[in-house]
Design a protein around this ligand. Sequence first.
Ligand code: SF4
Length: 468
Amino acid sequence: MSTPRTLFDKIWEAHVVAQRADGRELLYIDRHVVHELHAPHAFAELDKTERTVRRRDLTIVVQDHTVPTRPGLPLRSANIDATGLAGRRHQVNVLDVADVRHGISHVISPELGWAQPGATLACPDSHASTVGALGCLAFGCGTSELVHILSTQTMALNKPRQMRVFLEGRLGPGVTAKDVALHLIGAVGIDAGRGHAVEYAGAVIRDMGLEGRMTLCNMTIEWGGRTCLIAPDERTIAWCAALPSAPKGEAWQARVGSWAHLHSDATAVFDSELTIDCSTIGPQITWGTDPGQTLDVDAIIPPTASLPADQQERHQRALAYMDVQAGQSLIGTPVQRVFIGSCANARISDLRLAAAVARGRTVAAGVKAIVVPGSNAVKRQAEAEGLDQVFLQAGFEWHSSGCSMCAGANGDIGAPGERCVATSNRNFENRQGRGVRTHLSSPAMAAAAAVAGHIVDVRDWMPAEAQA
Ligand code: SF4
């Protein structure tokens, strides 16, 4: 009888090509996504060492971090042009900003069918784990690893420890995958998954759509996870079947059949397991400067003295940076910016949720609110559904796709002291501009804050049909 294996074991073992003398294993990479922050340097390094891209057909170059997204701005820059030139010189498929497939790496990888159940994927960005939602094993990499992958189509890795997280219960009104992710990080801490491959399971996952799973997997990095997976199920199959790139007929049946083993065996052993009851979670809003400093929106910021001694200094520093007080509720806190976008929350289901709150309302005076679709495909779909008009009529800016204010690498940043409710994944000091105070939330919470002009409990703002 074969040894019971986890889903991670199965994908990992199917991709190991060699054991290295340094103890790391060499993993074959099925798909590779390179973005413009790293591409010029990586291609220059290949040129310098007279190497070429080993599998041009398995590599795509995308433009996301620095792309101007504001309406009316030219979509080009020196960096974007340099990336396009380098990619084309190496005969790699470049999804330039004008390409209909353009978008944020982690949004377009699933959209294009580039990320597949049971496959491996690498990207020079930590949030590569997003595609774990499909059962695709993905790893972020640094620039030197990127050069290695480009030239060998393999990646050297220490096999991570494994953790399974059961998310149980039924989500309440106004509670989304983002709220689950933030609550989880708040409950276990930002280091709990350090270096682990995480598998998510449980009733919440079974009930959750693929795009919600992507949000959850995206946020795994924020509590230290190295990567994550969700076993493909009927929802995964249906989602993949709807992709334009999906094969038809017997070829599709064969593909689905090849996924049948992609689950953890019943008696497979993980290094650790934990269970979170999600039935009592409220809509989340972060109060501090890491994603674990989060609250049910109707709760109060905990007193510093209630925390373990080794966390108190960090807690006080976060209170000072965010200009909030222990014991305070965030409801009613004025905001000057709202950002609905990023690889965490800029898919069509996210925009539908935000639009449901914004419909027929007006952004409060003094609030600059922007909506940045995660890809051109998301933008086209949103426009076909009239969501752009909902946002524009409410006073939101409707941008073209890119990372935008998630990290501000394209210049979309706030002013010092401004408070921003953002649907992105990081609320670190100065991430959205020097001195900007970022509160992470779901798209619906962010839209409600834009309209109210301050932080609100989205449950009071949701249309009746969304409460059901
Ligand atoms: S949206 Fe944000 S987290 Fe995602 S790839 Fe872009 S900068 Fe990174």
